[in-house]
Design a protein around this ligand. Structure first.
Ligand code: SF4
Length: 426
């Protein structure tokens, strides 16, 4: 089996990073509700925001035709903004009505937005007050999904960080050995559980769990792996509970997934043979699934605009596993502690940029003339009009991409736009 991950550089500070501050083109953290409400199946997300927030979440998440929706917006109107109404009492009324009508809700998130932050609405206090009223049937938590200085994946980070203090503490001094933090598709979570069990790790918690009652126990000494690179606040909250980070790359592609499991194996002194037995077949299947895409993408140049915070692990994936050449890899924030192993794998000469000055970055992209541009929706259409082939970065967050069985689908997300362009004769 191939375990090609090189040791990370002594410090990520050694890697030159282009830092930019200026106009940005990103979605806000409310977007995370789109995948979080599917993952935690008895949770409800009540955005406390404006009509704009309601439109964003409604159009991003779509309408649930066969099921009751599990997200909504409590609209803050002009009277509230002017401080003219009793907003706390109104929020209590909305929540009471909702929970009366929906006994299936076991966890309610009050999700802050730009307007609720601007008027300094104290949703933490509101959540504590409402939790007291509705517990133990419903736990009420809060987090911010606002777009003030944040990117769209930070909504998940804020949500998981809010969950950590309420994770159960096991009785009798038991230390749950391993926790995986980061919302995964159910199919990827099931595959990971199976592989961990084959490695001998049968007690593995996943944060978030699929239901409020199943949130994983965390104790001082619990080791945790990150499944997503944008979980800074979650990692901090886990460490405040005494959990210990296992440094690892991210489980994308054959090599990334094997290296992620290897990090767990090393942390628990699992012999190489046992790791190999648990992962080898998946590793081979993943490589085979990626092969046709590699044939199409090898040698092609790719440019990442900062959007999802997945950019660096994705650039590592396309370079190492598909033979592409990352020209510039932009990320909204560089979470150095969590990305050390990924940055260390980028080909020499790759420009890593943090933050955004969109006009300057567009100029660099035009000058570089990459074969494929990964960017937010706002930039994709204008770039396509200029003749570039683009991929929406948000699709890479909405699609199950983690693990061996999804490696082919992940590769296809990069090859499909190239294929479409070829068919169109571009
Ligand atoms: S939270 Fe802010 S950025 Fe997001 S939709 Fe509402 S107003 Fe817009």
């Amino acid at each position: 089996m191939n375990l090609p991950f090189r040791a990370p550089p002594a410090s990520c500070n050694d890697i030159p990073v282009l830092r930019e501050r200026g106009q940005r083109e990103v979605f806000c953290g409310l977007t995370g509700i789109v995948w979080l409400h599917r993952k935690i199946q008895d949770a409800f997300f009540l955005v406390v925001g404006s009509r704009t927030c309601a439109h964003l979440i409604q159009s991003a998440a779509g309408v649930m035709i066969f099921a009751e929706p599990r997200f909504a917006t409590a609209i803050i109107d002009e009277r509230d903004l002017a401080g003219l109404s009793e907003i706390d009492a109104e929020l209590d009324r909305v929540v009471n009505r909702l929970l009366e009508r929906r006994p299936d809700i076991k966890m309610l998130f009050l999700v802050g937005s730009c307007p609720s932050e601007v008027i300094k609405l104290d949703l933490k206090r509101a959540a504590a007050r409402l939790s007291q009223i509705h517990s133990p049937k419903v736990r009420v938590l809060n987090y911010s999904g606002s777009g003030i200085e944040t990117t769209f994946t930070q909504g998940e980070d804020a949500c998981l960080a809010a969950l950590v203090p309420f994770s159960p503490l096991p009785a009798n001094g038991y230390v749950p050995p391993l926790l995986v933090a980061g919302a995964l598709s159910d199919v990827a979570e099931d595959q990971f559980r199976r592989i961990f069990a084959e490695m001998g790790l049968t007690d593995v918690g996943f944060l978030p769990a699929r239901s409020a009652a199943a949130m994983p126990a965390i104790a001082p000494g619990t080791k945790y792996l990150l499944a997503q690179p944008f979980l800074n606040d979650t990692a901090r909250a886990l460490e405040e509970r005494g959990a210990v980070h296992i440094p690892a790359p991210f489980p994308l592609g054959a090599e990334g997934t094997t290296a992620w499991f290897k990090a767990a194996a090393d942390a628990f002194d699992i012999p190489e043979a046992k790791l190999r037995a648990a992962t080898e077949a998946g590793h081979i299947r993943a490589r085979l699934a990626m092969e046709p895409h590699r044939a199409m993408l090898e040698g092609k140049r790719i440019f990442f605009f900062p959007d999802s915070q997945l950019e660096i692990p994705l650039a590592r994936f396309v370079a190492q596993e598909l033979g592409m050449e990352p020209v510039e890899v932009g990320t909204p924030y560089l979470q150095r502690a969590h990305l050390a192993q990924e940055i260390g794998q980028l080909p020499a000469g790759t420009v890593v940029s943090e933050g955004q000055d969109v006009e300057k970055q567009l100029d660099r992209c035009r000058a570089a003339k990459p074969d494929l541009v990964v960017c937010g929706l706002g930039l994709a259409n204008p770039l396509e009009a200029e003749g570039f082939t683009t991929k929406w970065s948000i699709e890479l967050v909405f699609t199950p991409i983690h693990g061996y069985e999804q490696a082919g689908d992940l590769a296809r997300l990069f090859s499909r736009p190239m294929d479409r362009r070829t068919r169109l004769g571009g």
